[in-house]
Design a binder for this molecule. Sequence first.
Ligand SMILES: Nc1ncnc2c1ncn2[C@@H]1O[C@H](COP(=O)(O)OP(=O)(O)OP(=O)(O)O)[C@@H](O)[C@H]1O
Length: 552
Amino acid sequence: MDTQPISSVTTNAPIDTGAADLTVVQEAARLIGQSATPGVAITGTLRLMSQMLGLNRGRVLLPSDEDGLLAIRYSYGLTDQERKRGLYSFEEGVTGKVMKTGQQAVVQDVDQEPGFLFRTVDRATLPEGIVSYLAVPIMEGNLTVGVLAAHRLRMRPRAINADLVILRILATFIAQIIKINTLIEERTSHLREENQELKVALEQQQNNHGILGESAAVKDALLQITRVADTPVTVLLTGESGTGKERFSQILHLNSKRCDQPFLAINCAAIPEQLLESELFGHEKGAFTGATATKPGKIELANGGTLFLDEIGDLNMELQSKLLRVLEGQVIQRVGGTRDVPVDVRIVTATHKNLQEAVNQGTFRLDLFYRLNVFPVHLPPLRERDGDVRILARHFLLSANREYGRYTLFGRGVLERMESYNWPGNIRQLENVIKRAVLIALDGNISVSDIESILRQESVINKHLEAGQAAVSNYPRAAEPAATTRITEPGLVAPVAASSRPYRWVREDEEEQLLNALQQTGGNKTRAAALLGMSARQFRYRLDKLELTNAP
Ligand SMILES: Nc1ncnc2c1ncn2[C@@H]1O[C@H](COP(=O)(O)OP(=O)(O)OP(=O)(O)O)[C@@H](O)[C@H]1O
């Protein structure tokens, strides 16, 4: 047996690269271009080899997924029995050696080759004359992924070298089909898996009032919320930023008798103290410069419904006593007014701070603390919700794809990487990371390195943020625009823009970040905002403050 490069194979006959070869190549190319399945294209090619070139009983052997043995996957002119018998370990027989070495094999006379096994086709089945066996590797780059082999009668006018040339060309075609098919199979199984997970998530979302998560911690919080939803009890939601406190307060509202009335949310930390009072309690005409008309506050606007007060720990002492009065007497007085206005509003509060500690430090009223802390519900951080990262990630990928008109998938290892991250910004951070990954992903595939690079940027931003917060007194407490309050029609809960928080003060050193984001998104402000985890409004507000409104 020869296992040598084609150039060193010796034959007597002159090389024949005639019309038949050309026809075979053209037809094989056409089959590959048109066939939807590799089976049709490859079997068609093997048939052409037999009918046009006399390369009979052609077969393509690939390692099987189950046992790794080289098995006949496609063939022409073999019986079912013969196909089944054609199993080789790497290195076994002529075919196994081609797989092992990546070198072609030319057996001039199968009867004279001691290593020829006759495993697939009995000698008795082969023609009586001298039969040769040719086998070439199917290569993907430097890797041998299979073997293409066939018998031929030795005494034919056509040169063995010519057959080898054509076999190698066809092996290249077959390698391409197999590669494309493997990619399609991978994608299809990925999609099937994703589809299944999304179905489960959808069912779960419907059962869980739109809250995604399978973890015991989330289910427990949900159970507590739904239990007290229809009672007048005061609920305090605690948990790190981005754990879903506002979302849970919406569920509380929707499961209460007040669900047909408005739900309003306000973030006490995002509004300057001097504005917060009138924001909450409203003002009378002429109460202060600019108060040209009487305006009801959020408490009045939420009448009959629910008011969600986020970051309640940031309320100053004066507003704390005013709030206590609302809770105890269900009356308010507008700024500049003297008249008590009766209100019927359920107040749900949330904090990421330890209120008990604030009480100990004398910054939070003990009586208000007791009034609010009647039914505390703790929302665990994402890193403590076993299995939820995967469910949430798939969900956010789907919505980001919809939002940006993309069709992006998670590549291998991405979900595992995200599961191992500790998500200091919790669900909001996860959502933002996925949005950014969808925007930067090449070939519709989010890779682990895409995620790594975003997480690296995140850690820089987190450090900046921490520095920014530590130095907060150095910056004017510029308020976010009134976007922080969401008013909805009675009975409806407005979708909370994922990026509507965290509330950050505008800092001069943000300029570069904003401009970078604009550059990355070709000037699209909505996408640039998403890249930085802000709402479009927050982004425009910052551009405005930093006088970058006309930035490209
Ligand atoms: N279990 C969940 N399933 C799906 N989406 C969720 C879930 N929990 C939170 N989210 C989404 O995550 C984002 C952050 O949630 P939310 O604003 O309720 O957090 P938060 O705890 O109030 O944050 P902060 O303390 O910073 O105000 C929102 O877009 C919300 O819709």
